[in-house]
Design a protein around this ligand. Sequence first.
Ligand SMILES: NC(=O)c1ccc[n+]([C@@H]2O[C@H](COP(=O)([O-])OP(=O)(O)OC[C@H]3O[C@@H](n4cnc5c(N)ncnc54)[C@H](O)[C@@H]3O)[C@@H](O)[C@H]2O)c1
Length: 239
Amino acid sequence: MKHAIVTGGASGIGRAVVIRLVDRGYHVTVFDLTVAGAAEEHVTSIGVDVTDAAAVSEAVASAIEQRGSVTVLVTCHGIRGAFVPALELDADHVRRMFDVHVVGTLLVASAVARDLIDVGTEGSVVAISSTTAFRGWRRQSDYGVAKAAVRQLTENLAIEWAEHGIRVNSVAPGHTRTPMVQDLIDNGYDIAATEARIPLGRLATPDEMARAIEHLAVDASYTTGVCVPVDGGWTAVGK
Ligand SMILES: NC(=O)c1ccc[n+]([C@@H]2O[C@H](COP(=O)([O-])OP(=O)(O)OC[C@H]3O[C@@H](n4cnc5c(N)ncnc54)[C@H](O)[C@@H]3O)[C@@H](O)[C@H]2O)c1
């Protein structure tokens, strides 16, 4: 059976990706901070903090030992930004933002790619960036800048690993109804104003993100080094 790893696969977009990949015939190993929930067919969960290099190395080695080389990796782990002006940002918070999004993505992708290169097998990686990664944004100097780095990281990995047949792309989700966005709403985020700015006039569902991720991960055999906005037209708006 083909083997995929989905980080952040216990919740939100990652969870929707797990369901789609199982449907496509993958055994999915979920990496997330906590392992909970009932046992599911074709899904194995490993508790791991993706910022911990030794833990990532051990978790990837164990997943490969149990299920074979990982030919699809989707990095859906993430934490939300503070939504404060740059002048109010705390240095440790910004470091954590880069650690989780950038270092975490690099560590898991590298561990998976090292094995694929060793055994001479092709594969693909999809990382999750954000619409905040493309332009300047108010109150996004933590999260948005880290997501811009994720976007560039996927370009860099794409050109370094292309010779090994490993494609690397990213998806830039617009606002998606997940626990992360619910937490923002619960903390006073004006979701009605956001929806009014989205050309399609509504938030995305996690499965709408998962469909685009599945396409890049499994079907888009000539696509590498791109970041695809999946945002209801948000990025296309000029003013
Ligand atoms: N929901 C949105 O509107 C939206 C928009 C743009 C980008 N994104 C990005 O999409 C991805 C998924 O977000 P979501 O909305 O599904 O969020 P979510 O909070 O529902 O899920 C994120 C998951 O990541 C896990 N996680 C966090 N830190 C981790 C760590 N250090 N190690 C391992 N796992 C960790 C969490 O436990 C959680 O299960 C994130 O990268 C997020 O930044 C989301």
